[in-house]
Write a protein of this length. Structure first.
Length: 258
């Protein structure tokens, strides 16, 4: 596993991406030769387009990338999951550059509702639809340590009232944790924010979609991933996902034109 993880870091660093913790000079020194090796899944594609900017809303989440891509990945995340924040920092930009941009793969992000905070943040992330989804999704994950710490230190009485997941509790929680301010600072109106937070139908749909995914895919942890419709067992980090994707895009397994 250490060898695979190091190979992943080297290949991604060669694409100019910063991984969590940073790549060392030793790791990047021979990256050009490694990417020139035909089995590499992430060779630079000079014909790269901009599929990473294409987002559409699906029945259970939001799909990023080419809808007719050769491979499809489903990413299940919880906004209160620390490992999900780690994956956003370490893997999502790499996927954007290497596979989403040239249209080789699509990624569908589906939220998992584990608690009332997840429900509130998920409503804010989908507020505004497909436009701006990626920015909202990554904003709440990459700043998770700030707003989640406020939740951890909130009075027990306040936490108990939030746990109901009601319309009023969602609005109260968003204000107390500055979740609403984060979205307002990106241009959303206060009226739209409160409308999204107060949408009981949307809240119910999020819970029902999560139940449907547990039934269909047996998703039991976050983050979890399904590649081409099959749940990946024991794959919950960028370090374990990378080798699976690399294998999928080896020349003998892929129709990708290099």
């Amino acid at each position: 596993m250490k060898h695979l993880k190091r190979a992943a870091l080297v290949a991604v660093s060669a694409l100019g991406l910063a991984m969590a913790g940073g790549a060392t000079a030793q790791e990047t020194g021979n990256s050009e030769n490694q990417l020139a090796d035909p089995p590499s899944a992430f060779m630079v594609d000079k014909r790269r387009s901009a599929w990473q900017a294409e987002v559409v809303e699906t029945d259970r989440g939001f799909m990023i990338g080419n809808p007719k891509a050769e491979a499809s990945l489903i990413e299940w995340i919880s906004y209160t999951c620390g490992h999900c924040a780690d994956f956003a920092r370490e893997g999502e930009a790499a996927l954007d550059l290497a596979l989403l941009a040239p249209g080789h793969m699509s990624v569908e992000v589906r939220p998992v509702i584990r608690n009332a905070i997840d429900l509130t943040v998920s409503l804010l992330v989908q507020c505004g639809g497909a436009e701006g989804f990626k920015d909202r999704h990554r904003m709440y994950l990459l700043q998770q340590d700030k707003w989640l710490e406020k939740a951890r230190t909130a009075p027990q009485s306040q936490m108990a009232s939030w746990a109901s997941g009601s319309k009023a509790s969602r609005i109260s929680m968003a204000a107390a944790l500055d979740l609403d301010d984060m979205l307002a600072n990106r241009g959303a109106s206060r009226m739209d924010i409160n409308t999204c937070l107060g949408d009981d139908q949307a809240a119910l749909a999020l819970v029902q979609n999560g139940a449907a995914d547990r039934e269909e895919f047996a998703v039991a942890a976050t983050p979890s991933f399904a590649l081409d419709g099959e749940l990946l067992s024991e794959v919950h980090t960028w370090g374990t996902l990378y080798p699976v994707i690399e294998e999928r895009f080896k020349p003998q397994n892929s129709s990708q034109q290099r």
